[in-house]
Design a protein around this ligand. Sequence first.
Ligand code: NAD
Ligand code: MN
Length: 486
Amino acid sequence: MAATDTPRTRITWDYAPAPESSDHVRLRDTYGLFIGGAFVDPRDGQRVASINPATEEPVAEVTFGGAEDVAAAVAAARAAQARWAALPGRERAKYVFRIARLIQERSRELAIVESLDGGKPIRESRDVDIPLAAAHFFHYAGWADKLRYGVGGRDAAPYGVVGQVVPWNFPLLMAAWKLAPALACGNTAVLKPAETTPLTALLLGEICQEAELPDGVVNIVPGDGTTGAALVRSEVDKIAFTGSTAVGKDIQAALAGRGMGLTLELGGKSANLVFEDAAIDQAVEGIVQGIFFNQGHVCCAGSRLLIQESVAEEVTGKLWDRMRLLRVGDPLDKNTDVGAINSAEQLERIEALVESGVQEGAVRRSIACDLPERGWWFAPTIFTEVAPAHRIAVEEIFGPVVSVLTFRTQAEAIEKANNSRYGLAAGIWTDKGSKAFEVARALKAGVIWQNTYNKFDPTAAFGGYKESGFGREGGAAGLRPYLRVS
Ligand code: NAD
Ligand code: MN
């Protein structure tokens, strides 16, 4: 054998388990509804177990509110609203700051509970969800005494009582996106967390108590779609919703003609565009971050990967090599990249769409990995040979699945990217600043990242076009939906 063929050193190794300890987490066995500043028993709601999707074991018992519970929460919010709005902005700010500080203080516990209840990797809940949730409260605390500056110097008044329905993909972070601006602007709120992930919202209820927030300013009523539908039809002044386009349409219909405020943050099928002049290795990292972050349960996920034909083979080859290094498994392990799928229902949706991709003729590759016996899992998957009309190129999969399409020219890239009923986000990978700006201007998407993906910041507005909804969250733009401006 020639000397050059001799492998120099071959080290085979694997990661040692690195489980985050959950000893210090103190969950109650059972949680009531957080109404009027206290955890109360349901009137017509019922107790259900909240499940850990990685083990299918219960984490704690919670209460799903019925219509009477929702009405009681709205009444508590109504009773608290005038005094809350009458506080000077700097006083409201103190409470919102306190909530932010308490989230930081309890961040380790919150991160673990987020991962236990929802299945996301602890690395993400620890480094993204919880710090960003605190950052949102900090940001809007700063706005509370400057509202006029946020609306061009005009007079602004709170809406009153707002109903807020959030999804299961970023449970505490979405609660923060909704509550922080609402409170800063002088509204009181009834928040409905998603059915599979109510626990961190309930801990946020405890934090509101610790912050000595006046009773009734924040009310938290977990539940499923029935509870959400009851909140939408209750005596609130505004609804803020994040979730599926189907439910968004139902809410819009229910509110029609009632003169209420409404913001909808719905689904997406966001295009991530890689041009031939991009730094390919960085782009591959960005593609991975764009679609496999949070198991792809991300409304703005870069799920349609559009690659310029001249580099398509190189990019998909490198992407596949990188994907094979992803570690799928125990969400509480600090080395895990991809955790559990949030629910059995969501896993079924992913499997059905992936099956349709195979049936329609796209080429599927899923990485080989040992998936745990219990719980809900899906191996990171890439589809090539995808046609624009395939369901996997059109519909939101909301899982760790990327569909690859190609383009030849910039004009074709723009046309294909905009060929969607959604318009939430997009990514552009190119070395040329002028090209990035030109393409960004032509894309019909609310958030556009250049040479990065899935970066979030409380100062930046987030929201969509077309069936991705309307209204903006984050930054000064995020004040508008919580104020009546005259
Ligand atoms: P969903 O829209 O049904 O649930 C989102 C929230 O709305 C939950 O809190 C739910 O309890 C509540 N809800 C359900 N029906 C309601 C109704 N009629 N009135 C008021 N509230 C209601 O979403 P899902 O069923 O959990 O997921 C389905 C699909 O939606 C996913 O596969 C994904 O494509 C999409 N989704 C998008 C987002 C996002 O961030 N944009 C979040 C979750 C799901
Ligand atoms: Mn759960």
